[in-house]
Every structure is written in C-alpha cells, then in structure tokens.
Design a protein around this ligand. Structure first.
Ligand SMILES: *Cc1c(COP(=O)(O)O)cnc(C)c1O
Length: 496
C-alpha cells in the first residue's frame, strides 16, 4: 500500500512516510493509492473478534509496511485497560432502529482519543522504520478536543514535542482546564485571540513556510501534525465502524449482510470520512448522514455542491463542530472527481483565494450516492438532549445531540442507524444541564459544580478523567495574537 497527495505532488509514500509528513509537500492530503476491500467472509470473521482484533485487522491492510506484530503491539498498548477501563468503545442500542456508538471512554472523554492514543505509537515506529533522526514537533490547532487528546497521546513520547494552539473564544471551561493543566515535559499550550479558524489558519501558515522548514531541517528538526489531515489519525477511526457492525450482528439486532446507516456529527470531516472508507472497504453501509450544527457549511455543500466559507462564524454549544473549512472534505472530493488531482488542486485554490467553489451537479450526485446531510441549531440540540433523556433515560452531549437531531430529520428510518457519540455529556456539562433542568441550576456556579449536579440528578457518574480537574495546577496561561503564532512555535521548538 502506498499513499499519494490529493493534489498530485507526492506519490508512492509508505504509511510510515505519510504519518511522519502529515501533510503532503504540495499542501494536499495523503490518500491510499490502492483500494482496500474486505470480503463478506472476512467481515463475518471480525464479528467474533474484540475491538483490538478488529483494529489489527483493519489497520494491517492500510499499513502494510508495519509487521503484524508491530501493529498488534500498537493496538494493545493504545487501547489498554489503564487508558480505556470500560473498553475502547461503548455501544448502546436505544431501540430497534437506533444505536449509539460511544467513543468517549478514553482518557480525555472525547472520540479523538480513539485515534490519538494510537497515532503517537504509529509515529514512533514510523520514525524508526524511516531512520528519521530529526526531532519532531507536533503543531496542532484545536477547537477544544483534539488539543487535549493530542497532548495526552504525545506527552513524554521520546523524540517528539507537542504544541497546541486553542482559540480563547469557544472552548468550554472543562476543555480549557484539561489543556492548561496538562502534564509532561515535552508539551506547550498557547491560547490565541480569535476562533478556531484563526488558529487553524495560523498553523497551516507555519506548515507552508518553506524558509522555516529549511531552517528547521538544517537544525535537525521538523514539524508534523496531529490534526485529522494526518492519515495516521484517520485510519484508526475506520475501525469503529466495523466494530459497530459486529456489535449489531452479535446482538442479533441485524442479520449479517444487512445494511445499516451511520449518522456522524461533523466538523473537520475526519470522523465521517473514516465511515466512508469503511463503506468503500466493503462494510454493509447504505447511507452516511452528515450532521452539522449552526455552522452548516458542509451540510450546505452536500445539498448544493457549493462550498462557501464566506459567512459568519458562529460559536455554539457544540464547539468541536464550529468550523468553516473542513479539511478532510478534500479527500472525498478527490474520489468524487475520479482522482483527478489537477481538478482537486483547482478547487482548493479557489477555496483559498475566494473562499468558495462549486463542484457541479454531476460530482455532487456522485457524492450523494453515499451521503445525506442536515443541520440542527442550538435550540434543537437542547431539545434533543432533553428528549433523549426523557425517552431513553440516556445522556448525550451537544455534539452527539446534533447527530441524533439530524438523524430524526433526515433518515428515512428504513434501516438500523448508528449515531456516533463523540463526547461524554460531562465534558459539555453546562449545555446538558441547562437542556435538562432549564433555569433550575444555582446561578454562577462553576462547571465542576454543574458536573456534580448533573451526576446527582441523573445518577450517571462523572467520568474518572474529569474528576478533580478544577483542583489541578494551571501550567499554561499565555494568550497571544494569531500573528504571534510563528514566533511562539519557533521559541518552543528551539527551547527558548
Ligand atoms: C472533533 C469532534 C467532532 C468533529 O469530528 P470531525 O472528525 O472533525 O468531523 C465532533 N464532536 C466532537 C466532540 C469532537 O471532538
């Protein structure tokens, strides 16, 4: 298996090389050069495996420069009991048509852990395989969850440092505390004045600065990314779509071979793209429903074929989905355009120059063979949280609620649907508590008290990694203008 850039620049790269580089030299994203396909028999065999077994199976097809035992070691280390005490993923069937895949049982209580607990292990191994001797700095922009998950995954990994930029507007108190109290000798966290797109744009600028890259190389250093543009992030996410299917078959909810739908709360289009890759690889999936929040740039694209980021950026109760440029869409477009790298490049140039492109009716129709789309605004999200609790005695966070709400509006309900649950409700406790209790919450209490109250009134426990968060020591308190990001990164890389 080799990887190439969606824009045609790099090709023939191994999995290891793609993971180390993160972004291709021409600014494109790495995609597999060969189609991976599992036979129905191979999928049937997976129905008898645990999460780790399925993970090793799926990953080995895409990472064939790793030996089977190397992959097994990565998988066992990443998803071990200390990190995921209840198992890597939870699966709850709410009724005969609807299940929830819980991806927040890891150390940071958001689905990012599913990938970011294993990606640093891939990277360590890849460095060894490629004989890469440069010191790697992971630079990441986060809308809240990636930052913490990346810090937790990379902390104290030898030969790698990690720096996280988060927007001072838009992350929750819990998310912020999770990051600014991060332990580890190789970590740094800086807040920037602005929103997630400002942070992401700043990081992309640092990555595309050729002079800076040259200087770093001369000094034995290099940059890499932990954002979902890195194929090493996307690959582990393909696994849990297979896992969901096996769960439904084992429970007898569906017959083997029967098709199901997935509904995925979407921001940077990474999670949902992994679902698309699972489908392409033979998993019996019919519809993939893309759920956007008020920032519905992707839902609009999937409805009209026009991607237009020239609109107001809204901060919502589902901040991890507050985004106007969904980077991973480029990988889908690459497929939909029949792998025409020149055309991809053209559209991405339009996006960068005028903030808009029109993919055209024919290409949109191709995309719609697999995808449906919808959006839900904050009021609907609150209602959904309350309704799901009332109907099923089950708690969901606002991101998951966007998914469940959109499922309600978009799905034709003719197949079993799995809604992907991307964060613990306790991570976004204020929105959840307000949705359930309205004004019946003491005024001015901090998120720690809100969490306790939510737990007390619903009987659901606060997840262990979130307990005691408010008593931890704050290590990082810097807030800077986006223009300062290159300087901050350089200072950190050079230990200044
Ligand atoms: C990151 C995130 C999302 C969006 O996932 P993408 O892969 O960026 O589309 C949704 N919900 C939560 C809680 C997240 O952390």
């Amino acid at each position: 298996m080799t990887y190439k850039s969606t824009r045609g620049g790099d090709s023939g790269k191994t999995f290891s090389e793609a993971v180390i580089k993160g972004l291709a030299s021409d600014g494109g994203l790495f995609v597999p050069e060969e189609e991976v396909s599992f036979s129905q028999e191979e999928i049937r065999v997976m129905c008898g495996m645990d999460y780790q077994g399925i993970a090793a199976n799926v990953i080995s097809r895409f990472a064939d420069d790793f030996t089977a035992s190397e992959i097994e070691k990565c998988v066992t280390d990443a998803y071990r009991k200390e990190k995921f005490p209840d198992g890597p993923a939870g699966f709850t069937t709410l009724d005969k048509d609807l299940s929830v895949l819980e991806l927040w049982h890891g150390p940071t209580c958001a689905f990012k852990d599913m990938a970011l607990q294993i990606m640093p292990l891939f990277m360590r191994k890849a460095i060894e395989k490629c004989g890469e001797s440069k010191e790697i700095t992971i630079l990441t922009a986060t809308s809240g969850d990636t930052g913490k998950a990346a810090l937790e995954g990379y902390r104290d990994v030898p030969g790698i440092k990690i720096m996280v930029f988060y927007p001072s507007e838009g992350v929750s108190e819990t998310q912020k505390l999770q990051m600014v109290t991060q332990c580890g000798a190789n970590v740094n966290v800086v807040a920037i004045k602005g929103n997630f797109d400002n942070a992401q744009t700043g990081v992309k600028k640092i990555f595309s600065d050729k002079e800076f890259a040259k200087k770093l190389a001369a000094d034995g250093k290099m940059l890499s990314s932990a954002n979902s543009i890195n194929w090493g992030r996307l690959l582990p996410q393909i696994v849990y779509y297979f896992f969901s299917y096996t769960k439904l078959v084992s429970a007898g909810t569906i017959k083997f071979g029967e098709k199901i739908d997935f509904c995925v709360p979407t921001g940077n289009f990474g999670d949902i793209l992994a679902c698309y890759y699972a489908k392409k690889a033979g998993l019996p999936v019919e519809r993939i429903i893309c759920a956007s929040n008020d920032n519905k740039v992707v839902a609009d694209f999937l409805s009209t074929g026009v991607y237009d980021k020239n609109r107001e950026f809204l901060t919502t109760t589902s901040p991890a989905m507050d985004i106007l440029v969904s980077s991973n869409l480029e990988r889908l477009i690459y497929d939909a355009l029949g792998k025409d790298c020149g055309a991809v490049k053209g559209f991405m140039e339009q996006l960068s120059n005028v903030g808009r492109y029109d993919i055209g009716g024919k290409v949109l129709a191709k995309i719609r063979e697999d995808f449906d789309a919808g959006f839900s605004v904050q009021e609907e999200v609150s209602e959904t949280i309350a309704n799901v609790y009332k109907k099923y005695n089950y708690l969901i966070d606002p991101h998951t609620a966007v998914g469940v709400s959109v499922y309600g509006k978009v799905s034709d309900k003719t197949r079993h649907t799995v809604c992907v649950s991307t964060a613990s409700p306790f991570k976004f406790n204020t929105c959840v508590a307000e949705s359930l209790f309205g004004n019946d919450i003491p005024e001015g209490i901090g998120e720690d008290k809100v969490s306790a109250l939510l737990s007390e009134r619903t009987g659901f426990p606060v997840p262990v990694p979130l307990r005691g968060l408010f008593d931890r020591k704050v290590r990082f308190s810097e807030v800077v203008d986006p223009d300062m990001m290159p300087k901050k990164a350089e200072d950190f890389i050079y230990d200044r």
